[in-house]
Design a binder for this molecule. Structure first.
Ligand code: HEM
Length: 423
């Protein structure tokens, strides 16, 4: 095979559902690949990804203004929709910022997501997970049952917990989920048509209205929630965030924390239930669960890619990257690079340096929620194993399919049957 045989498949839903074979060919045949459909250079090798992510001055997170129309999130013409709704325009925060501005947002929320802060959240997490298991465990008859572990569990664990942590009611889960999906689709704006972009912004507007209402409430009446923290806590610059910044932070956390963790839980449960041997090992030895979840994050990464922009003419390996170009960093491809990992496509619980992967990113934008998401996935799997047995993929509802989202990677559904464990 040579370069000529390798076409651009980034607009191809089938490839996006099952991307690993294609990634492998890209790593071997195209060091750095220009995708017309993404209007971006695509980087798949671990060493090239490392080079991009460890050089935040050259490969920045803020899109150049000339690229704003491709990067539809911040395109000027969509701002009018926010003006018309009487809402502050969205501003770039966290993953969309660089340098001091990035630190402004990161420093404000870091203390809420440290390992010790997450440790203190564990009882609440167990309660959320158990509450969801309660709703489907009693539904069956004679101690047996069935459930879609994706839509009735993996989807809801992070969303319920996010609402509780942020300090807003759990009543608008569907709207929050739609807003998260809309944000993600706008990041790959080049793949949406005009109608799709407007529809996505309208979802975000609905979410913004909801958050604005709770900002107004918590400004009058502070509490211990994350939203209240963002409203009342002083930034490193000695001021407080504006409503515009807070709404944008909430949108970023909704995107960054929910669909990602849903896919983390879903992909982990799928990897466990489709392999009875692994399931039995995890059941016998719960200490293996953190290693297992870490390997799934590497080997079936919930965030498939992230984007950077060349602030100057640059080189990635031997490929010239013109100033202003978008660079799609395919974390999921780097995580299966055989140059970096032995038998990279396998889950190996004995792998040394098991946390050294790209699934939570690399460098200054490394995932804020890493401790929280690890806890959510670990507790989800552990409580299911504590309370259910004989968990099997429902044979009447196969095949199990992945979605074709492109930037994130997760299941469409995970239907299983089970028996309730006798306590
Ligand atoms: C399995 C679940 C998760 C995965 C796989 C994941 C993955 C990632 C990755 C790969 C990045 C780096 C993006 C980049 O470099 O552009 C990132 C950043 C980020 N994550 Fe997560 N994440 C997860 C859960 C969470 C949770 C629960 C939160 C909520 C607190 C969160 C909040 C964020 C934020 C705010 C950023 C941007 C950080 C920055 O720019 O400094 N993530 N995440």
């Amino acid at each position: 095979m040579n370069d000529q045989t390798l076409t651009d498949r980034f607009g191809d839903a089938e490839m996006l559902r099952n991307p690993y074979e294609y990634y492998s060919r890209l790593r071997e045949e195209k060091k750095v690949f220009f995708s017309e459909s993404l209007n971006a250079f695509v980087v798949c090798r671990f060493s090239d990804i490392e080079q991009v992510l460890q050089n935040p001055a050259l490969f920045v997170n803020t899109p150049p203004s000339s690229q704003a129309s491709a990067h539809a999130h911040y395109a000027e013409r969509y701002y009018k929709l926010y003006d018309d709704a009487g809402l502050p325009r969205r501003v770039p925060v966290l993953a969309m910022t660089d340098g001091d501005l990035h630190r402004r947002y990161r420093d404000l929320i870091n203390p809420r997501f440290t390992a010790s802060a997450v440790k203190r959240m564990e009882d609440r997490l167990v309660a959320v997970v158990d509450g969801l298991i309660d709703t489907f465990i009693e539904r069956g008859a004679n101690g047996t049952g069935s459930v879609d572990l994706y839509s009735e569990f993996a989807l809801l664990v992070p969303l319920f917990f996010f609402c509780d942590t942020l300090g807003v009611p759990r009543t608008n889960i569907r709207m929050m989920q739609d807003a998260g999906a809309a944000s993600i689709s706008l990041v790959t704006g080049a793949l949406l048509d005009e109608e799709g972009r407007v529809a996505a912004h309208m979802k975000l507007i609905e979410y913004s209205k909801f958050i604005q209402k709770h900002i107004d409430r918590l400004r009058r009446d502070p509490d211990d929630s994350l939203l209240s923290h963002m409203i009342h806590h002083e930034t490193r610059d000695g001021d407080r965030l504006s409503d515009q910044e807070i709404i944008s932070m909430c949108a970023t956390l909704n995107t960054g924390g929910n669909e990602t963790t849903t896919n983390g839980i879903g992909n982990t449960l799928y990897a466990a239930v489709r392999d009875p041997e692994i399931l039995a090992r995890l059941n016998e030895n719960r200490d293996l669960i953190p290693k297992f979840t870490e390997e799934v994050i590497r080997q079936d990464s919930p965030i498939a890619a992230t984007i950077r922009w060349a602030s100057e003419d640059a080189m990635i390996g031997e490929t010239p990257i013109p100033k202003g170009s978008a660079v799609h960093v395919r974390l999921a491809a780097g995580n299966r690079d055989e140059q970096q990992y032995d038998h990279a496509s396998c889950v190996d619980l004995d792998r040394s340096g098991i946390r050294n992967h790209l699934g939570f990113g690399y460098g200054i934008h490394y995932c804020v929620g890493v401790h929280l998401s690890r806890a959510e996935i670990r507790i989800s799997l552990a409580r299911l194993l504590d309370r259910l047995e004989d968990i099997r993929i429902d044979p009447g509802k196969t095949p199990i399919e992945y979605n074709d989202a492109g930037m994130v990677h997760g299941l469409q559904a995970l239907p299983v049957t089970f028996r309730k464990k006798a306590l």
